[in-house]
Design a protein. Structure first.
Length: 183
């Protein structure tokens, strides 16, 4: 496949940003109308309460299974972004998709994932500014990222410790879709 010049420059930016700061936030945001439709679609999926892992049951949140091959996969990891990732690194052999929902008081404790090469987050619903749900990456320094609805972020979740801050408002919530990629 011959990459376009835009795709090639995106690929160079991806690999450079991941090496220097540990993450990349994509400039193009998905439309808020798309996020509202996605939130409605996610409500129809099967959800379960889940802890961080078998050893850390200090905090639970809801995890939604995205059925394999569902159309929302292309919204979470669009083909042009997937192509840029493959240009920057190597072909993706497998992707797992799911969604996380955090209600008031919920968060993810600091951890590294146990598998996967790269992870894409798509923020579907963000709590109001200053009311928690901030995504924190601990690479060379701590990066605090308050992703807005429609923003996507790429990072190596199995190599960089990360967490979210608790949702502090009584009505706030955070919903993100996740694409875990394996090379």
């Amino acid at each position: 496949m011959i990459a376009s010049s835009t795709q090639s420059s995106t690929a160079a930016g991806l690999s450079g940003q991941l090496q220097t700061q540990g993450y990349h936030v994509f400039e193009d945001r998905a439309a808020l109308e798309e996020m509202a439709r996605l939130a409605d679609t996610l409500r129809t999926f099967t959800w379960r309460r889940t802890p961080l892992n078998a050893d850390d049951r200090s905090q639970y949140w809801s995890e939604g299974a995205i059925p394999a091959g569902h159309a929302v996969e292309d919204l979470i990891l669009p083909r042009d972004i997937r192509a840029a990732i493959e240009d920057a690194f190597q072909p993706i052999s497998r992707v797992c998709f799911w969604a996380n929902h955090y209600a008031p008081g919920e968060f993810i404790p600091k951890h590294c994932d146990t598998e996967g090469d790269l992870q894409m987050l798509l923020c579907v619903i963000a709590p109001p500014q200053g009311q928690g749900g901030t995504f924190m990456l601990h690479s060379d320094k701590t990066h605090e990222l308050s992703l807005k609805a429609g923003e996507r972020m790429l990072f190596p979740a199995s190599r960089i410790p990360h967490q979210t801050t608790p949702i502090t408002s009584d009505t706030g919530e955070r919903v993100v879709c996740v694409a875990r990629m394996f090379f």
